[in-house]
Design a protein. Structure first.
Length: 314
């Protein structure tokens, strides 16, 4: 058994902490934000490897998470559902993400919006993050994980045999790396609308007027969105908000007239590749688990399983 501290309490950090505790380690998890204040809480929660590399490792991690979320869909209170939806393809089709699961098919003309010639209809998990994150935190506490709140300025402050850095955008800073060269923020703005009975999700990343995604949850629909790199601005922009709603309602007419509930912004931690490896720093093992871009939910359980394997091999 190792004493492990996970720095970062978003979906990646909490999932990692829970899996480490399940493997018998003594685990602490420290976050500088309340779980519902993290970028994970803004996520639409669709299982899809968006804005993340390298593909071979992403497929492996994603398949583990896909199976886990399928299991969690049967657990009351987890906030996970399995839904069919449409992934519109404009230009060349790149279906690398469909490897490893069979619940998809070629989209028919009736599935596609005007101007789109092809796409994929897939059945995948959707995770309602404001429900799932508190559930995950409670599972951590029940498993014996010590949950702490605070800002770690230096890893030397952490008293543990192993430190797992899962701090998203702050991870390079903790490791003494140049953040500009390793992880950059990608600003994602979404609008929340009351769900008028929508069951099917819709994604059109290449829409000529801007990306469109419509992700239905039980009580609301997460509509997006934006992908603007290099800014730390988290204030919702009114014009962007109006554009998101207009595109969503054009794509899914059922949303016309649906009550607008909120506008939110999250900063995706985008990197050239997910950093998940172990090294020795100042005489102890430090494991990195960050740079998941727009796929923190999608890769969470798979990356956590790999971290457990790295700790177990020490």
């Amino acid at each position: 058994m190792a004493r492990v501290t996970v720095v970062g309490a978003g979906v990646v950090g909490l999932t990692t902490a829970l899996e480490l505790a399940g493997a018998g380690h003594a685990v602490q998890c420290i976050g500088d934000q309340n779980v519902l204040e993290t970028v994970s809480a803004v996520a639409g929660g669709l299982w899809f490897p968006y804005h993340v590399d390298p593909r071979d490792r992403v497929l492996a991690w994603g398949s583990v998470a896909l199976a886990r979320f399928h299991d969690l869909a049967a657990e009351p209170g987890a906030g996970v559902s399995i839904r069919e939806g449409v992934m519109v393809e404009r230009g060349g089709a790149d279906r690398w993400w469909t490897q490893g699961f069979s619940t998809w098919r070629e989209a028919d003309a009736v599935d596609l919006p005007h101007g789109a010639e092809r796409g994929v209809v897939a059945t995948v998990p959707i995770v309602t993050m404001p429900v799932f994150l508190p559930w995950l935190r409670e599972k951590c506490v029940a498993a014996g994980v010590g949950i702490g709140r605070g800002v770690v300025a230096d890893l030397a402050e952490v008293d543990a045999d192993v430190v797992v850095v899962a701090g998203g955008l702050r991870s390079p800073e903790l490791l003494g790396l140049d953040a500009a060269g390793s992880v950059t923020p990608s600003r994602g703005q979404v609008a929340l609308l009351a769900n008028p009975g929508l069951e099917r999700w819709f994604v059109d990343d290449g829409h000529p007027n801007g990306m469109v995604y419509v992700l239905p949850h039980r009580d609301w629909v997460v509509c997006g969105g934006t992908d603007v790199e290099g800014t730390f601005d988290t204030a919702p922009d009114p014009a962007t908000h109006d554009g998101i709603i207009a595109r969503a309602r054009e794509a899914v007419p059922l949303l016309e007239g649906a009550e607008v509930l909120a506008s939110r912004v999250g900063l995706r931690p985008v990197a050239a590749a997910v950093s998940l490896d172990a090294s020795v720093r100042d005489g102890r093992v430090v494991i990195t688990n960050y740079g998941h871009g727009g796929a923190g939910v999608t890769l969470s359980w798979g990356c956590a399983a790999e971290v457990v394997g790295l700790v177990g091999a020490l």
